[in-house]
Ligand binder design. Structure first.
Ligand SMILES: [Mn+2]
Length: 266
C-alpha cells in the first residue's frame, strides 16, 4: 500500500560516499507518493568526492527516482547544504523540474509556517574553522564504517531494531551533547525571531521533532546512519519516521517505516 502524503523532507543523503544508504532510501521512497519533496542539503557529498568517489549504480537510481518524481506529480525543491554548497550559487534557478533554493518557508496544510534550511549557517564549528569540521567529518565517517560492521553482526545474531554507534557517541560525549543543543536552539531561535511556527533542517545528523522556545524544531536526520525522514501528512501534521530494514538476502531490500515522533494535532 502506497502511503499518500503531502510532503517529504529528506536531508544528508551524502550520495557519492560509501556511507550513503542508497538501497534503504530507495526502498523508503517506494513506500510513498508525495505532492512535494524537499531535499534539505548534503544530498550529493562533493566534499567527500574530493578525497575519493564512491558512486555505485544505486546512487544513479536515487537521482533517477527523484527526477522521475519531479517529472510526474511531485514538486521537488533542493536546498543545498555545506557538502553541496557549490550548488548554492545557483539558488533561484530551476534544473529541469528541480527548484534550487537557498532556504524556503513552507506553509503546511494546517497553515503553520516552517523555515526549511540545511542549517550549517548555525553551526559555529563549520562556520569558524572549516578544517576542524573536515577532521570531524573524517572521524564520523570512521564511526559509520565501524557501525556497519556492528549492524551486520547484530543482524547475524538476530538482534532487531536500530542501534547506532555514532548516535551513542553523540549522546555520551559531553562536548557533542552541548554542540547539538547549541545548534538546535540557534536554529529554533531564528525561526521564532521570524515569527514562524517551526523549522525543518538537517546537517547535524540528529533526527528529532520537539518544541524548543515556542517553535517546533524538526531535524530530518540522515541517510548514512539514522535513515530517517520527515513526513507532512495531508492534514499538515508533521511526523518523524525511520526506515527499519529487515534481515534480507542480497538485492532484496525490505523493511518498514517506524514512527518516531509526531507533532501534536492542530
Ligand atoms: Mn551538512
Amino acid at each position: 500500500m502506497i502511503r499518500r502524503v503531502r510532503s517529504l523532507f529528506l536531508s544528508d543523503i551524502h550520495l557519492g560516499t560509501r556511507a550513503c544508504q542508497a538501497e534503504h532510501l530507495l526502498a523508503f521512497l517506494r513506500e510513498y507518493e508525495c505532492e512535494q519533496l524537499f531535499l534539505v542539503g548534503d544530498i550529493i557529498d562533493f566534499w567527500a568526492m574530493n578525497r575519493s568517489v564512491h558512486w555505485p549504480a544505486t546512487h544513479n537510481t536515487v537521482v533517477q527516482k527523484i527526477l522521475k518524481m519531479a517529472r510526474h506529480h511531485t514538486k521537488v525543491c533542493l536546498i543545498p547544504g555545506n557538502h553541496d554548497e557549490l550548488l548554492r550559487e545557483h539558488a533561484g534557478s530551476n534544473f529541469g523540474d528541480v527548484h534550487l533554493l537557498r532556504e524556503h518557508v513552507h506553509v503546511a496544510a494546517d497553515g503553520k509556517q516552517y523555515l526549511v534550511l540545511h542549517g550549517d549557517e548555525y553551526d559555529q564549528v563549520t562556520r569558524l574553522h572549516r578544517w576542524i569540521s573536515v577532521l570531524g567529518d573524517m572521524s564520523y565517517t570512521f564511526l559509520i564504517h565501524v557501525n556497519r560492521v556492528l549492524s551486520w553482526l547484530r543482524r547475524k545474531l538476530g538482534v532487531s531494531g536500530h542501534w547506532s554507534l555514532a548516535d551513542y557517541a553523540k549522546r555520551n560525549v559531553l562536548q557533542a551533547v552541548s554542540y547539538i543543543s547549541d545548534f538546535e536552539s540557534a536554529v529554533a531561535h531564528t525561526a521564532a525571531q521570524r515569527g514562524l511556527d517551526g523549522v525543518i533542517c538537517g546537517h547535524i545528523h540528529t533526527p528529532v521533532l520537539r518544541q524548543i522556545g515556542g517553535v517546533t524544531y524538526i531535524n530530518c536526520g540522515d541517510w548514512v546512519d539514522s535513515c530517517t525522514a520527515v513526513v507532512e501528512h495531508m492534514d499538515g501534521r508533521m511526523e518523524l519516521v525511520r526506515w527499519e530494514p529487515e534481515v534480507r538476502a542480497a538485492n532484496d531490500e525490505r523493511g518498514k517505516v517506524v514512527p518516531l515522533h509526531a507533532a501534536d494535532a492542530a
